[in-house]
Design a protein around this ligand. Structure first.
Ligand code: IPM
Ligand code: MG
Length: 354
């Protein structure tokens, strides 16, 4: 197939890991006989330095014209948090402009890496959960005010915003263990009471074959490390999802392993590792590329419909890990380039049945 893919490396380790993701995309194209047109563009701090804007119009136009976006990471001490223009605004604007309202963040534990997590190995057996984070609403996008002595961030949700993300979670639960945990703070927040009512109604009416429960976000944060294997699909609002997924990454052993997909109504999605720009290790060539490469697998699956290719990339990452190609965050000595090259070497697309 032909596909146009925008590659936005961003800041810090972003370009290093995005480079490895792009190399895997090229290897998939070569083996599978696909034509992937990869085009790089500026975003975040790098774009502020070059153009004064975190999301230059040319980058947004490229993304709109693409079938998928591979994203590295943004941000760094040079730009904020009190700077007038900040790198994060670029990513938030991209999510919003492209209507990418559902953020999928799968968390699994590779048994070989169970020792990399600070949690007891027996707690990690069978962990396989998927957080569906609402991505274009809530406190992230509400009106912000600031005076000399006060500040406020408005949190609001509409029924339609909750319905559509719960539907995404329900559809994904059907392909998994059919259990949905909706997370809110309904004992305190009005937006959470709305969230709970809508989630309850949508799941009962449209996903009666799934079991569901509601958890308060503080309790959920505890259960995620007490009994993580009990979770299947977790659906929650923007900020709770941001916080809970950094916590959940501890289960996997390193935040550097975790991928994400941000999806909207169409097929175009944005794919990025959930880690940040890690300025402390930027330029050293030691960042873990596996979260980005697993994001490439999600890109192939969700935006291009190439399931066999996606599965082949996931197998290749497993093999690279099994061969001991681990970056320092996982206790190894492999470089970003060595780990990425090991994935490319291990890549074998399924030969179609005769
Ligand atoms: C994430 C990040 C972003 C967020 C930042 C960089 C704006 O933490 O993708 O989880 O808060 O959504
Ligand atoms: Mg985050």
């Amino acid at each position: 197939m032909r596909a146009r893919i925008a590659v936005l490396g961003g800041d810090g380790i972003g370009p290093e890991v995005a480079g490895q993701g792009a190399a895997v995309l090229r290897a998939v194209a070569a083996q599978g006989g696909h034509q992937f047109e990869l085009t790089e563009a500026l975003v975040g701090g790098a774009a502020i330095d070059a153009t004064g804007q975190p999301l230059p119009p040319a980058t947004l136009a490229l993304c709109r014209a693409s079938d998928a976006i591979l994203f590295g990471a943004i941000g760094g001490p040079r730009w904020g948090p009190s700077a007038p223009v900040r790198p994060e605004q670029g990513l938030l604007a991209l999510r919003r402009e492209l209507g990418l309202f559902a953020n999928l963040r799968p968390v699994t534990v590779n048994p070989r890496l169970a020792g990399a997590s600070p949690l007891k190995p027996e707690l990690l057996v069978g962990v396989d959960l998927l957080v569906v984070r609402e991505l274009t609403g809530g406190i992230y996008f509400g009106e912000k005010t600031r005076t000399a002595t006060s500040a406020s961030d408005l949190c609001s949700y509409t029924v339609a915003e909750v319905e559509r993300v719960v539907r995404v979670a329900g559809a994904l639960a059907r392909r998994r263990r059919r259990k949905i945990t909706s997370v809110d703070k309904a004992n305190v927040l009005e937006t959470s009471r709305l969230w709970r009512e809508v989630a309850e109604r949508v799941v009962r009416a449209e996903f009666p074959d799934c079991t569901h429960e509601h958890q308060l976000v503080d309790s959920c944060a505890m259960q995620l490390v007490r009994r993580p294997a009990d979770f299947d699909v977790v659906v929650t609002e923007n900020m709770f999802g941001d916080i809970l997924t950094d916590e959940a990454s501890v289960l996997a052993g390193s935040i550097g392993l975790l991928p994400s997909a941000s999806l909207g109504a169409g097929r175009c999605g944005l794919y990025e590792p959930i880690h940040g720009s890690a300025p402390d290790i930027a330029g050293k060539g030691i960042a873990n590329p596996y979260g980005t490469i697993m994001s490439v697998a999600m890109l192939l699956r969700h935006s291009l419909g190439l399931e066999a290719e996606a599965a082949a990339v996931e197998r290749a990452v497993d093999q690279a890990i099994a061969a001991g190609l681990l970056t320092p965050d996982l206790g190894g000595t492999a470089s970003t380039g060595e780990a990425g090259a090991a994935v490319v070497r291990a890549l074998r697309l399924d030969t179609p049945a005769a």
